[in-house]
Structures are given as C-alpha cells and as structure tokens.
Design a binder for this molecule. Structure first.
Ligand code: NAD
Length: 246
C-alpha cells in the first residue's frame, strides 16, 4: 500500500531534508509550503529525479487553507499515514519591542499551523491501518535559556510540545503516536534572522564546535516514522550534541 506523509515547510531547510529522508524510505510525500518559488523549484528537482512528491501551496497559519489542502489530499489519496509539522519561523525582536501583531504571527505560524494540520490529518489517519505517526518539530529554545531565543518563539514551541503530549494520550488507543523533536542550532537559511555575532556565540556553545545538519534531524524523523517508532509516543526528543547536560 502507498504510504502518504505530509511534510510542512518542505521547500527548504530541515523540511526539505525530511522530505528526502521519507522519499528514500519509499513514502509518497505531500510537501506543503507558503513559498511558491521555493516549492516549485523543489518540486521540479524532485520530480525530475522520479520522486513521488506532491507539492501543495498554502499558508498554514490560515485554517481555511489548511482545510483546503487536506480536502485535496483526501480526494487524491483517501488518507494520511504520517504528518510532520515542520513549518515555522523565528521573529527576533527583543521582548519589549514585540508588537501584538508579531506575537500573534509567531504563534500562528509555529503553533496554530501545527494545531490545524493535526486537526485535519487525524480524521484521515483514523481510516488507515497500522500505527500512524505525527512528528512535531519543536526547538531547544523552549528548554535552554543560555542561548538567545525570543520569548514568543520559545512559547510557541513549548505550546507545540504540550499539544504533542495531549494528542499522544488522546489518540493512543487509536494507533496514532505523536512525538516532538527539539533541535538546537541546525544549519539552514533560518540562521540569517540572527545577528552574526549572536549566531557565532550560539554555535561556539555547541559541544562539537559546529551546528547540526538538517539531515541529522531528518534521520530522527525518519526513524520515528519507520516501524521502529511504533512504540514511542508523547516524547520530546532533544537533539543538541549534549549541550544542556549539567
Ligand atoms: N534551524 C534551526 O536551528 C532550528 C532549530 C530549532 C528548531 N527549528 C525549527 O525547525 C523548523 C524548520 O526550520 P528551518 O531551519 O528549516 O527554517 P527555514 O526557514 O529554512 O524553513 C522553514 C520552511 O517553512 C516554510 N513556512 C514558514 N511559514 C509557513 C507557513 N505559514 N505556511 C507554510 N509554510 C511555511 C518556509 O517557507 C520554509 O520553506 C521550524 O519549525 C524551526 O522553528 C530550527
């Protein structure tokens, strides 16, 4: 049977690496992104290589657009076997400078999008056989207070992890397992939002003296999506080279 994985934020960075990893494991990947040019460039490359990749353009902070893409997925595939909520961003204003609009936007992109995608994917998972998988990409920023991260970004990821635990308990008997992966500094274009000296300091704090790579995070997602992940649910898996061990 064709296994369907939905990966959000698939156009670049960690989401693109996750897409590659799941395609390698022979899942069909529905890749969702708000970046039209990035998504079509990614889709062009992947489909030229013969990959089973279906691009969907949507702003996942908008519940109407989330509903639309999951209706299309239902029509095309009938169900969903795995959902990876990876789309996200980080606004970097200092606490007193965060406007109400920026606070709302940060929560909407990182938390609301995950909430809406879970709401729409779960009914499509309930009709599939076997153990279905939700993997939420959180952040070390929700747990580590030595390295700079803005308050609203930390809170958005902490909210995601709380929902991971809620859904893990709520759907345990329905064979849906739900986990978060919380990476530290991972080399992507998102690094550009941080001032160079702040970035250099954060990288210097990584025990291996270098950032993590998107493929390292993707390998953990693929592990959870594989049969090996069937017995794990409700976890927040911290990936940070051991930075926070005291
Ligand atoms: N890079 C890191 O160091 C790091 C560390 C911890 C957590 N994370 C998390 O990992 C995830 C991926 O980050 P990344 O570093 O690959 O960032 P990135 O900016 O390279 O990629 C994020 C992707 O998500 C898409 N996206 C953003 N908002 C969207 C929306 N509203 N609707 C649909 N798509 C949207 C973007 O267009 C982009 O393609 C994010 O949730 C981020 O918070 C990253």
């Amino acid at each position: 049977m064709e296994h369907i994985a939905v990966v959000t934020g698939a156009a670049r960075g960690i989401g693109l690496a996750i897409t590659h990893a799941l395609l390698k494991d022979e899942l069909t990947v529905v890749g969702v992104d708000v970046n039209e040019a990035g998504l079509s460039a990614t889709a062009e490359k992947l489909t030229a290589d013969g990959a089973s990749f279906v691009p969907k353009l949507a702003d996942l902070a908008d519940p109407t657009q989330v509903a639309r893409i999951f209706a299309e997925i239902e029509e095309t595939f009938g169900g969903v076997d795995a959902l990876v909520n990876n789309a996200g961003t980080c606004f970097v204003n200092d606490f007193v400078d965060i406007s109400p609009d920026e606070l709302q936007r940060q929560m909407a992109i990182n938390f609301d999008s995950t909430f809406y995608c879970c709401q729409r994917a779960i009914p499509l998972m309930l009709r599939r056989p076997g153990i279905k998988k939700i993997v939420n990409i959180s952040s070390n920023g929700a747990y580590n207070f030595d390295v700079f991260d803005p308050a609203h970004y930390r809170a958005s990821k902490a909210a995601v992890d709380n929902m991971t635990k809620h859904l893990a308990r709520r759907y345990a008997k329905e064979n849906i397992v739900v986990n978060s992966i919380a990476p530290a500094m991972t080399r992507t274009d998102l690094f550009d939002v941080v001032e160079p000296e702040v970035l250099a300091r954060a990288i210097a704090e990584m025990p291996q003296g270098k950032p993590m790579e998107p493929e390292e995070v993707a390998a953990w997602v693929a592990f959870l999506v594989s049969a090996a992940g069937n017995c794990a649910s409700g976890n927040v898996i911290i990936l940070n080279q051991g930075r926070d061990v005291r």
